[in-house]
Design a binder for this molecule. Structure first.
Ligand SMILES: [Ca+2]
Length: 397
């Protein structure tokens, strides 16, 4: 009898151990798979080839996770591309932060010789040749507008907006339109886009001097609205170039179907990161920096339509609206973010391609309806792959 009990106990102990061990192995295998996914190697997309997106989730439309999504490398071997514009002939102009404007020609090839090399550009920290926009009436006014960081005599860092005439394949002399925008190694803003009203909107950073953002007589920490010759646009709220104030470092602008302007903005940085913002931009309003952040409120100040929260960092850059969503690039977030819009509200923020391409700067919609994104892995804060930086286009529905 004793022997039988001992055998039963023995079987129970050994059996229990085997079951425990099996569960442990299963869990640890899952753990490795998960961590493997989190630090997955970058998508290795061959130039001009199309691949199916992995982890596709059928039934979601429109969505980057849709089964039909495909990805194509448009150009590679760039150095910190910052902004893209599409020429009427099908070519693509792209700024490289060290001071070059490059052309992807109508055959889809990156021209080896830059369309322009801007000698005055000072690439420092986050500064350099940044924004790019084409005149909306390009056929009769073939002007390319550019925003860049430069150094005045004595070494002070500033930013300016210029325009250059486009002659097929190259850019002519530059004319300065808006000068002496405060600059610094970091927080130079730099996005320029024409609005549906025909005026140029320019994002500027606080140039690492936060209090300037609250002063409507300076050009730092603002969204500016100017004519195509750099004058204050008619109807501006303070009688100068300033359209909105209280910004830290906005880098993305996009208008929705109703003409509402949305902007992305970098929140605090350093040890405490996060609190990155998506804002709805309305003339004359104060967006709070540096007085309020995240969900904080203050009379006379406007909080963001969405923020990343204190624990998450998007480091948001270029932005585009298509299919009812605001897509924007994440630098430190290393993702394409999608803010699903519901009227004047952000319903949800989704994350796509996390870690697959590294840092993402520009996001823009092409004439073919695809999203075009640029990587920013050579900006001094990334881990560039051999073919970085790249322009990648994505069909998402
Ligand atoms: Ca704010």
């Amino acid at each position: 009898m004793k022997k039988i009990i001992i055998i039963i106990l023995g079987v129970a102990v050994v059996g229990g151990y085997v079951v425990y061990k099996f569960k442990f192995l299963t869990k640890s295998t899952l753990r490795e798979q998960n961590s493997g996914t989190a630090s997955a190697p970058r998508a290795n997309v061959k130039s001009n080839s199309k691949i199916e997106i992995e982890n596709s989730q059928p039934g979601l439309t429109p969505s980057l996770d849709n089964k039909s999504a495909d990805v194509e490398v448009v150009a590679q071997g760039l150095d910190t591309p910052w902004a893209i514009a599409f020429l009427p002939d099908g070519g693509i102009l792209v700024t490289e932060r060290p001071g070059r404007v490059r052309l992807v020609n109508t055959k889809g090839q990156l021209e080896p010789t830059p369309a322009a090399t801007l000698a005055s550009v000072k690439e420092i920290g986050e500064g350099g040749l940044l924004g790019l926009a084409l005149d909306p009436d390009f056929a009769s006014k073939p002007f390319v507008y550019l925003y860049y960081t430069y150094s005045e005599s004595g070494g002070r860092t500033l930013n300016r907006m210029v325009r250059m005439k486009y002659e097929p394949g190259k850019l002519g002399e530059e004319t300065v339109l808006v000068d002496r925008i405060p600059g610094a190694a970091n927080h130079n803003g730099g996005r320029i886009k024409f609005g549906p009203d025909g005026y140029l909107y320019i994002t500027t950073g606080d140039a690492q001097n936060p209090s300037q953002a609250q002063d409507t007589t300076t050009l730092a920490g603002k969204i500016l609205r100017v004519t195509d010759t750099g004058q204050a646009a008619p109807g501006n709220p303070f009688g100068n170039l300033v359209y909105t104030f209280g910004h830290r470092n906005p880098q993305g602008l996009a208008w929705d179907d109703t003409g509402r302007l949305w902007a992305t903005e970098h929140g605090r940085s350093g040890i405490q990161s996060g609190l990155d913002e998506v804002n709805i931009i309305e003339a004359g309003k104060n967006y709070g920096w540096p007085t309020i952040q995240g969900d904080q409120t203050r009379e006379g100040m406007v909080g963001p339509a969405a923020n990343s929260g204190p624990a998450k960092t998007w480091a948001p850059a270029g932005a585009a609206i298509t299919g009812g969503s605001l897509f924007f690039g994440g630098l430190r977030g290393e993702a394409v973010y999608e803010a699903i819009l519901d009227g004047g509200r952000v319903a949800e923020v989704k994350e796509h391609y996390k870690g697959q391409y590294g840092r993402i700067r520009e996001v823009i919609t092409g004439p073919d309806g695809r999203l075009y994104i640029t990587t920013s892995n050579r900006d001094g804060r990334g881990n560039p792959a051999a073919d970085d930086d790249r322009i990648v286009s994505i069909k998402y529905n």
